[in-house]
Design a protein around this ligand. Structure first.
Ligand SMILES: CC(C)(COP(=O)(O)OP(=O)(O)OC[C@H]1O[C@@H](n2cnc3c(N)ncnc32)[C@H](O)[C@@H]1OP(=O)(O)O)[C@@H](O)C(=O)NCCC(=O)NCCS
Length: 187
């Protein structure tokens, strides 16, 4: 943790009495996250007339135990859907499950009224591009030759009944076969 006194031209004694200290830390209690997020939402709401930040998880559960095997997590806020993390164990990859989870994630964003989705990825721009995401730009990472690629997708309404991917039609009954459920837990 690092603490610093804000700069001021006022006399030093008055500064200690009046000004709060600045703290740099990697320990953030949930109460602090909540206070800052709510405060920030409040200032945006003045412009957008809505403070609607909601977490979103689309999970792949083991059918018998309901143990979480993988999934996509993020949040919706002010008409934007953010995909923050996406993971499937290796043995479940390459069967179209990732595509189905991503489509469910986007569809819930549409249900929440989001018009655009946003993510960044280091390793998988091709996967997202194949699912209709476009590159906004990229920044270099520490590892030479690697980049964070920032991507976005318009969330125009579409049906989940028939989803096209690589020439295959993925129908909702297959999602039930894989044990995909929709949980609408609120934060
Ligand atoms: C990203 C992930 C969830 C995708 O799940 P998946 O079930 O393997 O995806 P799908 O089977 O639906 O694959 C869809 C397409 O994406 C391609 N794809 C999947 N992983 C890829 C990769 N690492 N690089 C390039 N293409 C990839 C597949 O080849 C497939 O293309 P095709 O239809 O032309 O054959 C999974 O690969 C994963 O968990 N990866 C490790 C974690 C990770 O990198 N997360 C992303 C951080 S942003």
């Amino acid at each position: 943790m690092f603490m610093a006194e804000p700069h001021s031209h006022k006399p030093a004694r008055k500064q200690r009495e009046m000004l709060p200290s600045i703290v740099v830390t990697d320990v953030i209690p949930p109460s602090v996250i909540n206070a800052i997020e709510r405060g920030s939402e409040g200032s945006h709401s003045l412009i957008a007339s809505t403070g609607d930040r909601r977490p979103l998880a689309v999970l792949l559960n083991q059918p018998e135990t309901q143990r979480v095997l993988g999934g996509a997590i993020g949040l919706s806020s002010l008409g934007l859907l953010f995909l923050d993390a996406f993971f499937l164990p290796e043995e479940l990859r390459g069967r179209g499950l990732g595509t189905m989870l991503l489509r469910e994630f986007e569809e819930e964003g549409r249900r929440r009224g989001c018009r655009w989705a946003f993510l960044y990825t280091i390793s998988l721009p091709e996967f997202y591009a194949g699912n209709g995401w476009n590159v906004l730009g990229r920044t270099p990472c520490d590892e030479p030759g690697t980049f964070r690629v920032f991507m976005t997708k318009s969330l125009k309404p579409c049906s989940t009944e028939h989803q096209f991917r690589g020439g295959h039609i993925l129908k909702t009954p297959r999602q039930r076969d894989f044990g995909i459920q929709q949980k609408k837990d609120q934060a």
